[in-house]
Every structure is written in C-alpha cells, then in structure tokens.
Design a protein around this ligand. Structure first.
Ligand SMILES: C[S@@+](CC[C@H](N)C(=O)[O-])C[C@H]1O[C@@H](n2cnc3c(N)ncnc32)[C@H](O)[C@@H]1O
Length: 229
C-alpha cells in the first residue's frame, strides 16, 4: 500500500514537498547534516540513507561529507528512478548508489556504516521497532543515526493545524493524488510521539544525543549506537 502511494506521487513529490514546507524541508536536511557533522566530525566514510526516496538527503550528505560513499535504499522504484536522475545531474553517480530494499530487513552486514540517515521515512515503516533494530545492527559501534520526522504532535492544536495545512495545499496543488496525501496526513496523526521513538531506540542500543524541533513541527534527532542497554 505504501509503495503504491509513493509510486503515484513520485512525479510531483519534490515540487509538492517544497510547496507544503515552504522550502523548509531543504533547510531541515542541511541542518540535520550540520548536527551530524558537529557530533562526529567531517570524516565519515560510509553513510546509508534509509527511505531515500528521490535522494535529496543522500545528495546533501555526499556534498557535506566529501570523503563518504553514500548508499540510499527505498521500497519504491519510481522514487528511486527520479533519485538516480538527480544523482546523475549532480555529478555524484560515482559516490551515491541507490537500491531497492525494505527498512525492516536491510540487505547489509552488521556494523557496515558510520552513519544512517532517515528523513520522513520512519512513520511509513510498518514496524518502527524492527526498523530501529535494523539501523542499530548495520551501524558501527559509536555510529550515528540522524532522523528528521513529523512525529505525532504533543499538542492537539498543532496536529489540527498541520492536517489542515496539508489538506488545503495538497487539494490545491495535487488534486489528482489527494487520496494519497490523505494517507500522508494520517500517517502523522497515527505514528508514535518523539518520546516513544526515543524510548524504543534506547531498547535496541541507540542512545539519544540530541533532540530538537525545527520550526514549526519537524523533529530532528541524533542517536548514537552504544550497544544493548
Ligand atoms: C516521505 S518519503 C521521504 C523521502 C526522502 N527521505 C525525503 O527526505 O524526501 C518516504 C519514503 O519512504 C519509503 N518507504 C516507505 N516504507 C518503506 C520501507 N519499509 N522501507 C524502505 N523505504 C520505505 C517510500 O517509498 C518513500 O520514498
């Protein structure tokens, strides 16, 4: 079902993202990577971008960490096709590889990556604890997980405002896929809170180093693999 939604919205995904976030999503990804660089220095060698979609986070990461090779993984081939075009246009095909795969069963060995990124992916995953456990498994010890997500808002008013905003703008700018954007709205209301996410992460050995809200409503979390607790 989720792959069907993203197959249908793929063609207009980037444009609608910019409209719905008023361009802030670009800034949020850059700020999250700045936090990651601050935490672990610029010398990352291997980065995985979970739910890479059209590869915006992967491309930004390759630019910020010039020594890193970046792998992006996603469930939806139509999103990856657009991502591959963008990676080629950015001249980064030699450093970014994109492949199909499921965040709940990652096709990588234990301790393979220095950092894992995930922007607006977790709330779509069918099993968040399993995806967190997979991220922890494939991270090297001391490696970081950087997450951007719209978790379930703590305040009902903020939730209602966000839902109304998304409903109006997606109806205006993407009427043909209005039902798919209804799913995306519902996914915010139905996902876990940031506090629940952090508690689940701790159970699989990911300790939270930093939590921040990028205004108006995007959570940025930085977690570190520190073994089972
Ligand atoms: C809202 S988009 C985010 C894309 C990108 N990270 C960004 O910053 O724009 C969510 C993405 O998650 C992917 N996705 C959903 N469930 C997944 C899963 N179980 N495993 C891997 N990717 C998944 C979708 O195909 C979609 O591309």
């Amino acid at each position: 079902m989720v792959a069907g939604v993203f197959t249908r919205v793929a063609g207009g995904y980037d444009r609608l993202n910019r409209i719905l976030s008023l361009g802030l999503d670009v800034i949020w990804r850059r700020r999250a990577l700045a936090r990651l660089e601050h935490a672990c220095g610029g010398g990352l060698g291997s980065i995985l971008d979970l739910a890479t979609g059209t590869a915006d986070f992967a491309i930004e990461a390759a630019r910020r960490f010039p020594a890193a090779s970046v792998t992006g993984i996603d469930l939806t081939p139509a999103m990856l096709d657009i991502g591959r075009r963008k990676v080629g246009d950015a001249g980064l095909s030699g450093r970014i590889s994109l492949r199909e795969g499921n965040a709940t069963a990652l096709p990588f060995m234990e301790c393979s990556f220095d950092a894992v990124l995930c922007a607006f992916g977790f709330r779509n995953f069918p099993d968040i604890p399993a995806s967190l456990a997979e991220a922890a498994r494939i991270l090297k010890d001391g490696g970081r997980l950087a997450v951007l997500e719209f978790f379930r808002p703590r305040y009902a008013l903020l939730g209602a405002f966000t839902a109304g905003w998304l409903r109006c703008l997606s109806a205006l700018f993407a009427p043909r896929v209005a039902a798919d954007y209804a799913y995306l709205r519902a996914s915010i209301a139905n996902t876990c809170s940031a506090e629940e996410f952090v508690a689940t992460a701790r159970e699989v050995g990911l300790a939270t180093e930093r939590t921040e809200i990028f205004l108006p409503a995007c959570s940025c979390l930085l977690l570190r693999k520190c073994g089972k607790m």
